[in-house]
Write a protein that binds this ligand. Structure first.
Ligand SMILES: [Zn+2]
Length: 388
């Protein structure tokens, strides 16, 4: 094993510092204090927007009138799992064989460090910039995501603040840095449905109502439906309906059960919103005369940056810095970008390779982090360029 130090790179030193804080969600572990101190020293205004046990930090600096460019990230991490199964201890931030190892190195303390250093560099030579750059961090991205960016956006809106461009540092890359960027995400809606029937003997079906039989045709219709119509929504995977759980039955082979419970999830394109889906599905049960109680959980509406200045800047900088034309897609789960999207911002997610995230032995290539800092810096400069 070839152990290396950070070669006096301020970026690697900061990334190591962050990884060494055990900030298992929603604990920030002191990460945001480090970032606040660094950016305050570079002339940024620093504001804590904590809520409950969640830490949120907003750092910003303006150079005259112009658009607002925000970097968005999180300082919390998922649990490490058994530390003895890691090649290097999960919170030691060991640099070896060209990689920074540790929980959160790729998701997404490496990106946060790259953003901070990019902002420091921008502050050092901002002659060509008009507008505001900022960094918003939360410590509950990996958790409930209620007191984090969702909460901050409420405050921003109440103060009349706006955001024009938002670059999210989530690890979007697949095989090489910058090969995939996300330009939106699908919405997510989960239903828990209790279907009521009448319990009885299987030999006397006329005296019972079988809730399984009642709900099966509806589930079958939902599962076979072409949710997006004739044409798939541009740049989105097809809307999908998946049954996650189905429970019914008393265990006895001669009893028609009195109720059934089914849980399903929809991942949907901007052709739908949560309320349309709820109305549509509940109407289906009503029309079939199936008695059911619904418990809906909306995780987030879909969002989509169909074009614009930020997407152009990302393409241009990735071509220049990495010689790569990224695949721009809306795959994967949802992200905190969904909250910023409600402010009307253009949103792109671009970060390191995601093959090890949430796993044992999470790591990020040192070279990728160093390059990411330049990429971030140039994208922000491009969007705020006086000549733009
Ligand atoms: Zn993340």
């Amino acid at each position: 094993m070839n152990r290396q130090d950070n070669g006096d790179s301020p970026l690697l030193a900061l990334a190591q510092d962050l990884v060494r804080r055990r900030s298992v969600t929603p604990d920030d572990g002191g990460c945001q204090a480090i970032v606040a101190e660094r950016l305050r020293a570079s002339g940024f205004t620093v504001e804590s927007l904590d809520s409950g046990d969640v830490a949120n930090l907003w750092c910003w600096r303006s150079w005259g009138e112009g658009p607002v460019f925000m970097f968005l990230g999180h300082t919390d991490v998922v649990p490490s799992g058994p530390a003895e199964r890691w090649r290097h201890p999960p919170f030691d931030a060991v640099i070896a064989d060209g990689y920074l190892h540790g929980r959160g190195s790729a998701d997404m303390k490496g990106s946060v460090a790259a953003m901070v250093c990019a902002l420091e560099n921008i502050a050092q030579s901002a002659q060509s910039i008009a507008g505001t750059v900022g960094l918003l961090l939360t410590s509950d991205e990996e958790g409930d995501a209620i007191l984090g960016v969702r909460h901050v956006v409420k405050i921003f809106k109440s103060r009349g603040q706006h955001v024009d461009f938002c670059l999210v540092g989530e690890p979007s890359s697949s095989l090489t840095l910058g090969d995939v960027v996300r330009i939106g995400r699908r919405g997510s809606l989960t239903a828990t449905v209790d279907v009521r029937g009448v319990q009885g003997h299987v030999a006397y079906p006329d005296k019972a109502v079988n809730p399984i039989h009642a709900v099966l045709p509806i589930l079958s219709e939902l599962q076979q439906r072409n949710w997006d119509g004739d044409e798939p929504y541009p740049e989105f995977p097809p809307t999908s309906f998946q049954i996650a759980n189905f429970n019914a039955g008393t265990g006895a082979s001669n009893v028609i059960p009195g109720n059934a419970r089914v849980q399903f999830n929809l991942r949907y394109s901007p052709r739908w919103n949560a309320q349309n889906l709820i109305d549509d599905i509940e109407a289906l049960f009503l029309a079939a005369g199936v008695e059911a109680a619904f418990d809906w959980h909306r995780s987030g509406e879909p969002f989509h940056t169909s074009g614009g200045i930020l997407r152009n800047a990302v393409r241009k900088i990735l071509a220049k810095q990495c010689g790569i034309t990224p695949e721009e897609n809306t795959g994967g789960g949802t992200s905190d970008g969904r909250f910023i999207a409600t402010m009307g911002a253009e949103i792109v997610e671009l970060g390191p390779i995601n093959s090890s995230i949430h796993q044992i032995d999470e790591c990020v290539a040192v070279q990728d982090l160093l390059q990411l800092q330049h990429i971030y810096q140039h994208i922000a400069r491009d969007c705020l360029s006086r000549n733009a």
